[in-house]
Design a protein around this ligand. Structure first.
Ligand code: PMP
Length: 308
């Protein structure tokens, strides 16, 4: 039985069982949609559900829509309100994952973006950890390469792009790793299958730049702010060589799903001394506090669902 009861579908909140598309749906056939993954965190002390960076996710969704020529009749602010309304109807009192999806809803044959209908849905489910590995991840460099901006732009969260991510993830897991790291077409470090990456060397944080075919991750930006503003660390965005991963003191992934997750081994080589590192540990505590609405300075990053 489904743990969620409702979806926003065709302009209204309906029972989840009524939120259905046809087998002829364009996005189902051709991957012509874009989506977001958003988390909300239950704060027991406040008896409140906080949605993390809700507006920023919708601003990114609208940018993805623009490239895919999906016209949504909503502003980011309206999408924020609709999401809060859906969550209130669900009455969740646990951590939640929220999935907005904008898609080409035309039913028929024809690969294109223009002059076909669009639709939009949101659904949400109770959700815990994306990867259960407290001791850190063992990862492998993927034999697949990241999609290029001139093929399928990776900075969009397009549904079709996730074929690339699924190839990376399954190859990694079927080879005995927890996750894969994918390289760009020119061989630089890009990201994990569904998460951005930070590499720590001599106390400095490095992460691939936005022209390295990464998804422009919201968590990546949050980590940059926390590392610089709270910990006084230097964060450098630049291309990263594969062998810098082997030479790193610490590596960690970040993303809405994985939150912040340490990497302890790359291609069978220990990262640093093979233990979870001190910079990761500090960032992890800060991230927990800001996502759960526990840092008064960063409260504006959290949208409360229930009226207090
Ligand atoms: N890269 C990819 C390919 C992803 O799917 C995600 C998850 N959305 C991320 C990075 C991290 O992005 P964010 O922090 O915005 O969730």
């Amino acid at each position: 039985m489904s743990t969620n009861r409702f979806a926003f579908f065709k302009g209204e909140i309906v029972p989840i069982a009524d939120a259905k598309v046809s087998v002829m749906n364009h996005a189902l056939n051709y991957g012509t949609g874009c989506f977001e993954g958003i988390r909300a965190y239950w704060n027991e002390a406040d008896e409140q559900l906080y949605v993390f960076h809700l507006q920023a996710h919708y601003e990114r969704l609208l940018r993805s829509c623009k490239v895919l020529q999906i016209r949504l009749p909503y502003s980011a602010e309206q999408l924020v309100e609709t999401t809060l309304e859906l969550l209130r109807r669900e009455e969740f009192r646990s951590d939640v994952y929220i999935r907005p999806l904008a898609y080409k809803s035309f039913e028929g044959i024809g690969v294109r973006l223009h002059d076909i209908s669009d639709d939009f849905t949101i659904w949400a489910i109770p959700f815990g950890k994306y990867i259960e590995k407290e001791a850190g991840l063992k990862v492998g460099i993927s034999s697949w390469r990241r999609i290029d901006d001139n093929a399928i732009p990776a900075r969009l969260k397009a549904t079709g792009s996730y074929v690339n991510s699924a190839l990376v993830k399954s190859e990694a897991m079927q080879n005995g790793f927890d996750e894969g790291i994918v390289l760009t077409q020119d061989g630089h470090v890009c990201e994990g299958s569904a998460e951005n990456i930070y590499v720590v060397r001599n106390g400095v944080l490095y992460t691939p730049g936005i022209t390295d075919n990464i998804l422009e991750g919201i968590t990546r930006h949050v980590i940059k702010q926390l590392a610089t503003e709270e910990l006084g660390l230097q964060v450098v965005e630049r291309s990263i060589d594969r062998t810098e991963l082997y030479a790193a003191d610490e590596i960690f992934f970040c993303g809405t799903g994985v939150e912040v997750t340490p990497v302890v081994e790359v291609d069978h080589r220990a990262v640093g001394n093979g233990q979870i590192g001190p910079i990761f540990s500090q960032i992890c505590s800060l991230y927990y506090a800001v996502t759960h609405g526990q840092d008064p300075k960063r409260r504006e990053w959290c949208s409360p669902v229930y009226n207090s």
